[in-house]
Design a protein around this ligand. Structure first.
Ligand code: TPP
Ligand code: MG
Length: 686
């Protein structure tokens, strides 16, 4: 293994290839073929292209690299190792330790390795986004590119180009087959995100075989039609051509797709260009033959030639810190000239809200007619957005219904000519909207996105990743039940609360009135390590008189005693969420007429309640009061853990119907009379 026979570039690229092969072989599972084929791209990006400092993978103005085809994770781990990227500690500061030490590559796909099967954000420094579900990485990159544009427009000043980073993405056939990538590419083309470059591995292979089986469109023509600049590189091993294409990508006014031809498992004599090489180890003999073909020592395992490490050290390891240090000098001068903006940037970097961010939040007076929680949400959103400059977002074409439009002076609309705008028009592209929100949050911004609750299904895969990545995103879901009315069962969520509550690390909040909505915002924006879904009504809800009922601050605990039973000794507990809390309150009065004492618990958030100490939970739901009725215009899944074996559930057992909301509530039994009847029934049972 000497540099006399192969150029150092080739040696570095072959190191990425062999590390990837060896890791998959040791793990006895994984995806060797694509890292072997795409090693030249990873090499070129890290060594020559990315403005990136391996010693500070958190540098705000770094170029981003997204491996959208997350199955090729060993490609990323190999190059992070060679580039010397440093790990970040739990406090976000670099520890000085390599993010991907060789021992962790040897432990690829094993418990606690920094090299899990697919790249995981927060787990391994240098991994910009969790990828693996195809299409998500590319779609998220659109949010990252939007964030770069927005940060530049808001914070750059003449002579202070603080933000000018680019977003590079490597993606595969599967990424471009998935619908979400089409939505995202359409949006990126419309927004003219010239700071975005997708490099498409056009290898003609997916798991089942040749792409001819299922994918025959002209991808380049499709992207041109989206408004992208499309370039081609005929051979991924042609570094000069790759370099030229990437350089050309940064010149235009549109996002760029570089279609690169590659041969999966390049160099493997029997397996290259076959789908066998996609997702299984090559096997010992084939590894040996491949290494022979590369001119690599056949018996070496996890070999990293010192001259390759030195090569990267002299390359990205030297130019990266110099770039970052120059930027920090610029930032220091900027802070002197623009202290307010610098303070905001400090908040963004630290993930902290400005002090007094909640100072303008209104309180709502008691009002029997009340207002829809989507309307109170709209009012609170204005108040918090005024105070949090980097709170931004929009809807999938439903802003007038979701009440998500920021209407105050200066909020503006984000567009190609107006990149400092805070209102986003995602178009009817819920899935790409969800992924873009992830990209915005990964860039330090606080995004909110809205749609009808029933269409949360359309963005669920992105929401799941937001929860997994611990991103503070606010989902504003309105039209939350059969209360939608005449639009009928296609538009009436039934299973959606259960479906969202099933996602770990996602907080779901369904407020009962305007003042609970206020508290929902306080709770949601205070959470920085998880997404929150607000579930809001279309129809009006009475604003409760809080001099009679307990303070809405109880929402912070997830559930609270809204109205104690007469005499303080409940025979039964009525538990409601959102619009059904009012039904419970009315049922309490009906029961009182029969001399039955009912406590009403408002339970806007299971997740917040489950975080409370046992004492508190048992004070709200005392074990000795085992007659409980839960009321929610959704399915009962999960409710039995709160109502217990002697409880009853009043809600939905199937789809809704098309009729006025009031008619539907009666038809499906979501009435005070029925709740009271169910309470009497379980009280009468032994
Ligand atoms: C949403 C989603 N569906 C299915 C998979 C399972 N899967 C992993 S890779 C792959 C396709 C592989 O083809 P391609 O994207 O061209 O990657 P290559 O084999 O060329 O590296 C599939 C279906 C996935 N990861 N994500
Ligand atoms: Mg492929």
């Amino acid at each position: 293994m000497s540099t006399t026979s192969a150029s150092i570039e080739r040696l570095a690229i072959d190191t990425i290839r062999t590390l990837s092969m060896d890791a998959v072989e040791a793990a006895k599972s994984g995806h060797p073929g694509t890292p072997m084929a795409l090693a030249p791209v990873a090499y070129l990006l890290y060594q020559d292209i990315l403005r990136y400092d391996p010693s500070r993978p958190d540098w705000p103005n770094r170029d981003r690299f997204v491996l959208s085809c997350g199955h090729a994770s060993m490609l990323l781990y190999s190059v992070l190792h060679l580039a010397g990227v440093r790990q970040l500690g739990p406090d976000g500061q670099p520890t000085g330790e390599l993010a991907v030490p060789l021992e962790h590559i040897r432990q690829f796909r094993q418990l606690h390795s920094r090299c899990p099967g697919h790249p995981e954000y927060r787990h391994t420094a240098g991994v910009e986004v969790t990828t693996g579900p195809l299409g998500q990485g590319v779609a998220t990159s659109v949010g990252m590119a939007i964030a770069a544009r927005w940060l530049a427009a808001r914070y750059n000043r003449p002579d202070f180009p603080l933000f000018d980073y680019k977003v590079y993405v490597l993606c595969s056939d599967g990424d471009l087959m998935e619908g979400v990538s089409g939505e995202a590419a359409s949006l990126a083309g419309h927004l003219r995100l010239s700071n975005l470059c997708w490099i498409y591995d056009d290898n003609g292979i997916t798991i089942e075989g040749h792409t001819d089986l299922a994918f025959s469109e002209d991808v380049a023509a499709r992207f041109r039609a989206y408004g992208w600049n499309v370039l081609r590189v005929e051979d991924v091993n042609d570094l000069a051509a790759l370099r030229q294409a990437i350089a050309a990508a940064s010149l235009g006014e549109r996002p760029t797709l570089i279609v690169v031809r590659s041969v999966i498992a390049w160099g493997a004599p029997n397996k290259q260009n076959t789908h066998d090489a996609h997702g299984a180890p090559l096997g010992e003999e084939e590894v040996r033959l491949t290494k022979r073909a590369y001119g690599w020592p056949e018996d070496a395992r996890f070999a990293v030639p010192p001259e390759v490490v030195e090569h990267f050290r002299q390359g990205i390891g030297t130019r990266g810190p110099a770039l970052r240090e120059r930027w920090e000098t610029m930032l220091a001068a900027y802070a002197g000239r623009y202290p307010q903006e610098a303070k905001e940037l400090g908040g963004i970097a630290a993930g902290k809200l400005p002090p007094d961010w909640d100072a303008e939040i209104p309180t709502f007076p008691a009002d029997a007619k009340g207002l829809a929680s989507r309307a109170s949400s709209g009012k609170v959103l204005q108040a918090v957005a005024k105070r949090i400059p980097w709170l931004l977002g929009g809807s999938a074409d439903l802003a007038p219904s979701n009440n998500t439009l920021l209407q105050f002076e200066g909020a503006g609309h984000f567009g190609p000519q107006t990149p400092a705008g805070r209102n986003f028009h995602f178009g009817i592209r819920e899935h790409a909207m969800g992924a873009a929100a992830n990209g915005l949050a990964l860039s330090g911004l606080r995004p909110y996105v809205g749609t009808f609750f029933v269409f949360s299904d359309y963005m669920r895969p992105a929401m799941r990743l937001a929860a997994l990545m611990e991103l503070p995103i606010l989902y504003i879901f309105t039209h939350d039940s059969i209360g939608v009315g005449e639009d009928g069962p296609t538009h009436q969520p039934v299973e959606h609360l259960a479906a969202l509550r099933a996602i770990p690390n996602l907080v779901v909040i369904r407020p009962a009135d305007a003042n609970e909505t206020v508290e929902a915002y306080r709770a949601a924006l205070g959470l920085t390590d998880r997404p929150v879904a607000l579930v809001l009504t279309r129809q009006n809800l009475p604003t409760l008189d809080r001099s009679v009922y307990a303070s809405a601050e109880g929402l912070r605990q997830g559930a609270y005693i809204l109205r104690e039973a007469e005499g303080g000794k409940p025979d039964v507990i009525l538990i409601g969420t959102g619009s059904e809390v009012h039904v419970c309150l009315a049922a309490r009065e009906l029961l009182a007429k029969d001399g039955l004492a009912a406590r009403v618990v408002s339970m806007p958030s299971w997740e917040l309640f489950d975080m409370q100490p046992q004492d508190y939970r048992e004070a709200v739901l005392p074990p000795r009061v085992d007659r409980r009725v839960a009321v929610e215009a959704g399915i009962d899944q999960g409710w039995h853990r709160y109502i217990g074996p002697r409880g009853a559930f009043v809600g939905m057992t199937g789809f809704g119907a098309s009729a006025p909301a009031g008619v539907l509530m009666k038809h499906f039994g979501l009435t005070a009379e029925n709740v009271a009847a169910q309470a009497r029934r379980i009280l009468a049972a032994d």
